[in-house]
Write a protein that binds this ligand. Structure first.
Ligand code: G
Ligand code: G
Ligand code: MN
Length: 396
């Protein structure tokens, strides 16, 4: 216990700390030649006294049996207090009796029942959380139904970003990037719907529409007379679905474009659930002449294990690494390592997100001559891409 103060010759106030020192209770100690009496207050009373909620609203009376009515003080307030029934009475073995009197007003203050208040607060917060979840689900549901409608109306259209062979400055091919021509008037970027579409499986229907449109548009350019390759993005889930891939292959075979001019880019951002299944599908595609490239290489789930397991022969080096060229970012070493690995494994490499001449030159010097990025061209809508393609064909 800790000494607090001396109240008079015989009486002193102490604090008794509990084990964890979290809450102390107060103890009044009477000491004279006959011995010592200490009164430990209930924690709640200790708390009240410590925090000075009121003066003279607590009275503890120690008396011997038969002596209880002899009041100790003439103080008015104290008299008032002790005229009420005591809050508690304790009789000790040695015959002493302890009575605690507490001002009823204070008592009602202490014992305000917090349960109903807590309940109301709980319900309030519960309601808010419920409303948020509700709103979120509704939004997602409406995005879902909008995409479904968009698929039916074929609102998903391809944009084409050229991939350049820097060695001869000719177009090696292009990547197809989806855009949502929402209600035929608003162009929505993939970032706003691709994540949802990928997670919900709707990406399968979107790719369907996209591939169909791409094949029609590129056929109209006599694409098959060129050697250019078309890259289409797939998520791992699509590649594990052989039925789905068969449908794509059928669409390609029916078109005028040779399967050799088609490649699928498979993103590393998501993981495969069944690598063996994917490996079988990739072999099937290869047998059809369709190449599969590893997209966003180095950014996601185990490039190297995928490359080994899936027998991939192309990788697209992510913009994240191209961005480090000309900086002191330590990821520049990663870029160099990816390139070194690609060379050793005899893989075709395409650098993405090339924005400057410096980046393009560095990559070329490192042996990566297939490049894509704003430095050469943004993704183009079909009309613009037609011109781009025709100009490139005229270079022969
Ligand atoms: O073109 P860009 O901003 O705009 O595309 C944003 C993202 O959307 C890129 O990560 C790209 O890989 C992805 N993306 C674009 N088109 C498709 C597509 O047809 N299918 C899938 N799965 N992803 C796509
Ligand atoms: O993830 P994926 O590689 O499929 O997507 C390519 C994405 O990168 C698209 O969103 C495309 O618009 C974007 N992109 C292509 N070239 C560049 C570039 O040079 N700079 C930037 N910032 N984005 C690019
Ligand atoms: Mn891609």
């Amino acid at each position: 216990s800790v000494f607090i103060k001396k109240i008079n010759k015989n009486l002193s106030l102490w604090a008794i700390l509990n084990d964890k020192n979290e809450q102390s209770i107060l103890s009044l100690v009477w000491k004279d030649e006959r011995g010592q009496v200490s009164i430990d207050f209930e924690p709640i009373i200790s708390d009240v006294i410590r925090n000075k909620y009121c003066d003279d609203c607590i009275l503890s009376v120690v008396s011997t049996v038969g002596n209880a009515d002899k009041k100790i003080s003439s103080h008015n307030d104290v008299k008032n207090l002790s005229s009420l029934p005591p809050l508690n009475t304790e009789v000790f073995n040695n015959g002493l009796i302890l009575r605690n009197y507490v001002d009823p007003q204070l008592l009602s203050l202490i014992s305000i029942d917090l349960k109903p208040l807590l309940f109301i607060v709980g319900v309030f917060f519960g309601l808010i959380i419920f409303l948020f979840i509700n709103l979120y689900i509704k939004r997602q549901l409406s995005l879902h139904s909008l995409i479904v409608k968009g698929v039916i109306r074929k609102e998903f259209i391809p944009y084409y970003q050229p991939i350049i062979n820097v060695k001869n400055n000719r177009m090696y091919g292009c990547e197809v990037l989806v855009r949502w021509w929402f209600n035929k008037k608003e162009l929505i970027s993939p970032d706003d719907f691709i994540p949802y579409a990928e997670n919900s499986g709707l990406i399968i229907d979107i790719t369907d529409v996209l591939l169909e449109k791409t094949l029609t548009q590129l056929s109209s350019l006599n694409w098959q007379k060129s050697t250019a390759v078309i890259s289409i993005n797939l998520v791992p889930e699509q590649l594990e679905n052989k039925q789905q891939i068969r449908k794509f292959v059928d669409m390609i075979i029916k078109s005028s474009i040779s399967p050799k001019q088609i490649a699928f880019e498979i993103t590393e951002r998501m993981s495969f659930t069944d690598l063996d299944k994917a490996a079988i599908v990739i072999d099937y595609l290869k047998a059809q002449g369709i190449n599969v490239k590893l997209d966003d290489a180095g950014t996601g789930y185990g490039s190297f294990s995928y490359i080994q397991h899936l027998n991939l022969q192309s990788l697209k080096i992510d913009k994240m690494f191209v961005d480090t060229i000309g900086t002191y970012d330590h990821k520049l070493f990663v870029l160099d390592s990816i390139i070194a690995f690609g060379k050793k494994a005899g893989m075709e490499m395409i650098a993405e997100g090339v924005e400057t001449k410096q980046q393009s030159d560095y990559l070329l010097q490192s042996g990566v001559y297939l490049q894509q990025g704003f430095y050469f061209s943004e993704p183009l809508k079909f009309e613009q891409f037609r011109h781009y393609f025709q100009r490139d064909q005229a270079k022969i």
